[in-house]
Design a binder for this molecule. Structure first.
Ligand SMILES: Cc1cc2nc3c(=O)[nH]c(=O)nc-3n(C[C@H](O)[C@H](O)[C@H](O)COP(=O)(O)OP(=O)(O)OC[C@H]3O[C@@H](n4cnc5c(N)ncnc54)[C@H](O)[C@@H]3O)c2cc1C
Length: 290
């Protein structure tokens, strides 16, 4: 393994300084479940590693207003054990809880999942469907951006040199709304999504969908929002016609790779199936009857 300087700052400002000092050759270390594998295989050779877990506030979940703030270095195990978060954002929590094993969950974070920029990252579709934002800190100060603005392609992000994710913000929810995330993997666990689908819906008092957001993972270079699929749900009570239109719109949006884990045709077909099933789950959780 190549040599590097290890830094464990106690403030966000120090972390930004350490990241900025390396002329683009610095990497943030959160849980390390992606980064350590990449270091060992030589896929990445940073000059500086900035461990952000000692910065107060970067680990933990707190309610703020009617929403939640999740520190960037919070392990998924902590997210999965937060009772209010599980009740309000069950889809986000179930996506985070799908990452790896119990051991991996003790370290892996949402920020690492997002900034590793794998198209198959499990938490990302659910965060985008939830309209989550992330707060970034960098040499120019702080900015808040939607989660979908971060990954720009496999392994690449829009983060500027010296920038890091400090926290995620999840909005509050209206009554009769819920989310769900489902993925397909060839094995029963510890595998990477061949397709992932996140659905977030809000229903009116009659159980009719008044708002929806649908996001697919692993079928394009980044997680993708599919507004046409969401439009198929709006105004419906998830009847057969809405599900058919949802399935068709979902399939049209897919531009997957073809590899040993799934052909283009298979991934495209499964995306439609998972989007329908995730929509059913989200409707059910929101109190809709089908
Ligand atoms: C056995 C195993 C099973 C896995 N299973 C799954 C799975 O089922 N689903 C899945 O989606 N992933 C899976 N992964 C991948 C990995 O666990 C996740 O992507 C995890 O969420 C990464 O988080 P981390 O905190 O460990 O990231 P790290 O390894 O610490 O970082 C990953 C990348 O993000 C950058 N980064 C981290 N934090 C920040 C920050 N705050 N700001 C800016 N950049 C940052 C790092 O510099 C690095 O480039 C698995 C990994 C292993 C080893």
């Amino acid at each position: 393994m190549a040599t590097f300087t290890y830094s464990a700052p106690k403030t966000v400002e120090e972390a930004v300084r350490a990241l900025s000092s390396a002329n683009g050759a610095a990497r943030v270390l959160s849980g390390g479940t992606d980064l350590l594998v990449q270091l060992r295989t030589g896929r990445t050779k940073p000059a500086v590693i900035v461990d952000v877990k000692r910065i107060p506030g970067l680990i933990g979940v707190r309610a703020e207003g009617d929403g939640f703030v999740i520190g960037a270095a919070t392990p998924c195990a902590v997210i999965g054990e937060h009772p209010e978060l599980k009740t309000v954002w069950p889809g986000v929590v179930e996506a985070a809880r799908l990452i790896g094993s119990t051991q991996v969950q003790g370290r892996a974070t949402l920020a690492g999942n997002l900034c590793n920029a794998s198209p198959a990252a499990d938490s990302v579709p659910a965060l985008i469907a939830a309209r989550a934002t992330c707060v970034l800190a960098g040499p120019g100060g702080q900015r808040e951006v939607p989660v979908e603005a971060i990954a720009t392609g496999p392994g690449t992000t829009s983060l500027a040199p010296g920038e890091l994710v400090v926290e995620f913000r999840l909005p509050g929810r209206p009554p009769r709304s819920a989310d769900a995330y489902l993925r397909f993997i060839p094995r029963t666990e510890m595998d990477i999504a061949v397709v992932g689908a996140a659905v977030n819906v809000a229903l009116d008092a009659s159980g009719t969908c008044r708002e929806a957001r649908i996001v697919l993972g692993a079928v394009a270079p980044t997680a993708i929002l599919v507004p046409e699929a969401a439009a198929a749900l709006v105004g419906s009570r998830l009847d057969g016609d809405a599900l058919r239109r949802l399935d068709a719109a979902t399939r049209r949006a897919c531009t997957p790779i073809d590899d040993k884990r799934g052909t283009v045709e298979f991934r495209t077909r499964v995306a439609g199936v998972l989007a329908r099933r995730a929509a059913g789950l989200a409707f059910q959780r929101a109190g809709g009857s089908q």
